[in-house]
Ligand binder design. Sequence first.
Ligand code: ADP
Length: 597
Amino acid sequence: MKIRRKTLFWKLYPSFLNISFISLLAIVMIALWSFKSFYYQERAADLEIRAKILMPEFARLIKAQKHQEIQQRSQVLGDVSSTRITIILPSGNVVGDNKKAPKTMDNHKSRPEIEQATFKGKGLSIRYGQTLSIDSMYFAMPIFEQNKIIGIIRTSTPLGTLQNALWSIYYKVSLGFFILIIITAFASWWMSKALVRPLEVIKVQAQKLAQGDFSSRVQLNSSDSLESEQLGQAFNEIAIQLNQRIEIILNQRNEQEAVFSSMVEGVIAVDSCEKVLRLNQAAYNILKITEENIEGIKFQEAIENIELHNLILFALQQDSPTKQEIVIHNDIEQVLLAQSAPLLDMHKNKCGTLVVFNDITKLKEFELQRKEFVANVSHELRTPLTAIQGLSETLMEFPDLVQEKRANFIGVIHTHSIRLESIIENLLTLSKIEKETEIDEIEFANESIDLALSNAIFLCKDKALKRSIGIRLNSAEDITFKHNSSLIEQAIINLLNNAIKYSDGHSEIKITVIKQENNINISIADQGNGIPKEHLSRLFERFYRVDKARSRKLGGTGLGLSIVKHIALAHNGTISVESEINKGSVFTLTLPFEKCV
Ligand code: ADP
């Protein structure tokens, strides 16, 4: 059960009230008691004086044994002095009393004041008087005759009047007491409030601070105590310091956040319990994580990838930075270059790991392509070079070779040198297009496509005619758009050359130009042998040939379609192929109107 705590006010106020009440009550009690005892003492002294004044007369009468006269004098003197006077013989018999006939009174020897007077010289008692049946104060003292007690004189007064006087005082004092209590209650209330007020103000401020409001300050009154003012000032100082520090932290955090989210590298921070601490956008993108806000979740629950999990586990075990390449299977195969470093807490203890990774899949592909390309180039160049070298060495070694053989060798050397030249030329064209595309140096002009088409047809016509192949152009309208005419001409020449090369004679090549909403389609359809389906996807790779021997025989380099592809890319366009064995192939160059800026 939750204990409901009291507020400071309700702790202070009742305490003040209790202390004030108890103190006041004690003061009043002591005062009343002192007053009462003083009053009683005064009365006792008064009774003693009266007894002493009366004593000589009654001593004389007792000595003379004039009991009758004793009674008369008691009455007279008692009434005059408003005092009850009782004269008692040592035997205890009463011989004089102004309030009751002595004969009717019992023996007084055992009365406390009489006993005290007999044995101690004087006696005082406050008690209920049986004779008059009222509370009275009695004073008694012995009457001596030659050191012998001959009687006892007792003066007494009823307590009624005394008590009435006391009750009136009690009443006034009680009234004063209650008025004082009410005043004290108000004063305690005010004091408690005054003491609690600065704390209340500081409490409200602390709550605002806790809610993130660092702008408001503690405002105290001039009437508040010095300590409260100092506390308020110290509190304001804390708020200012906190505000400044939080601003610095926020700025640093924002800077870090900006760096973190603008990084192209993926970053994952994981704690020692494998919970994800941070993950940047690049990491989400690279790892193709669809779930949002996976921070705080265990890594293997958030990202179900065994290779990544192993990487994180490995990184968590390391005490120094590591670097490794891993292959992950995330729908597709990805190669990541991951670098990890231990995360340290403020005491320099390892509390997790930070893994930074790059997706180097493309880089790896490029590297592979580059390796393949270098291997292909060396292979392609080596073949004609070896032939040229071998044949020229034979010619030099055997100068007497028959003319016919010599001519044959020279012819072959010439063919290979032309082939070498074509390969080098094509490679240079390819690298030029690639480089110019990369640095945006290709010039585009608003020209009619007819120019490129007619030039290409003109240049290929003879070759086609030689093989009885007709070239037909289907172009409904004159289409003008931004393009590089000589590059497009080159692409069409390459496509036409292939169509001629890989067609049997007596056929037709159809060039169709279609204008679409956003692009132009130029398709070159031949009636040649066609290309098997399995080769279609790789057809535009450098040096890729369906039939190497045939291509070489026909003077092909394996670079023609690759050049077409790069020309299309330079125009932000595409090249595609459809083919059917023994029916022919259709190559379509699609060039957008807009993109060629
Ligand atoms: P090549 O110089 O060998 O012709 P290309 O890059 O121009 O190189 O063509 C690549 C390969 O594609 C060719 O070797 C050939 O096998 C095939 N090819 C290209 N065009 C055609 C076509 N119109 N008909 C059939 N096969 C073709």
